[in-house]
Ligand binder design. Structure first.
Ligand code: GLP
Length: 254
């Protein structure tokens, strides 16, 4: 694991954007795992700028998002499909048919999960997976207690997560109770992981994920077992980390 610490959210976003852009330039048909939430928006803005400047192209890139709410159709204003369309897809040259997000209103959710796993496999697996982290250490929608061995599946959202995400909805009651998410095994299957976190709100989860026990109680801790994981933080999110990377437990660059 490699930890990169940047001054603030903007510098973190720029650094992460450059890392992934470089991967796309070297492999234009990259299979890219994407995330929602506020954290990656700055990185997405940088990619949009690069595409508009002619420095980057997503035409041959295939994308798979981590998750979607159960019960929200793709065109629902709060669906993750709408979020991705607004924040990224409509502003870059990605081919719509190459973008994948689970269908939250599929009549058979188990079949939808199986199909999502099949599509990822058919694409050759995920080359680079972007992740944010929840305050309780969730990644995707894998809440504390989630089995490390699962691929895409349906989860019940914790009340904390529903409350955290209610800022995107008119009322708390409107936040769905369930979601489809790639599992921790799907995430660990990615060849490279780029985890982003910013703000003091995340410093405890980040500290526990990187330096605590590897435990299902803190889903992001599984990333300690990944052979190629880059963590890009701002100083606030890194504020509880040992200054020296814990005597070389992890490579750290400031
Ligand atoms: C959500 C998403 C996660 C995201 C997390 C943090 O619930 N399912 O993929 O990483 O919350 O979100 P934010 O970046 O807004 O803090």
């Amino acid at each position: 694991m490699k930890i990169l610490i940047e001054k603030d959210y903007e510098a973190m976003s720029a650094r992460a954007a450059r890392i992934v852009a470089e991967r796309i330039r070297r492999k234009p048909d990259l299979v890219l795992g994407l995330a929602t939430g506020s954290t990656p928006i700055g990185m997405y803005r940088h990619w949009i700028g690069m595409v508009q400047a002619g420095d980057l192209s997503f035409t041959d890139v295939t994308t798979f998002n981590l998750d979607e709410y159960v019960g929200l159709a793709g065109d629902h204003p709060q669906s993750f499909r709408t979020f991705m369309h607004e924040q990224l897809f409509r502003q870059i040259d990605v081919k719509p048919e190459r973008t994948h997000i689970p269908d939250g209103v599929a009549p058979d959710l188990a079949a939808e999960c199986a199909e999502y796993n099949r599509l990822i496999e058919e694409a050759g697996g995920i080359d680079v997976q972007i992740l944010g982290i929840g305050k309780n250490g969730h990644i995707g929608f894998n809440e504390p207690g989630e089995d490390f061995g699962k691929l895409t599946h349906v989860v019940r959202l914790s009340e904390n997560t529903r409350r955290a995400n209610s800022r995107f909805f008119p009322r708390l009651e409107d936040v769905p109770t369930h979601a489809i998410t790639m599992g921790l095994k799907s995430i660990m299957n990615a060849r490279q992981i780029v985890l982003l976190a910013a703000g003091t709100d995340k410093c405890d989860a980040v500290q526990r994920a990187l330096y605590g026990d590897v435990t299902e109680d803190l889903p992001a801790s599984v990333l300690q077992l990944h052979p190629n994981c880059v963590v890009v933080l701002d100083e606030a999110a890194a504020s509880k980390l040992p200054a020296d990377g814990n005597n070389g437990k992890w490579e750290m660059e400031k």
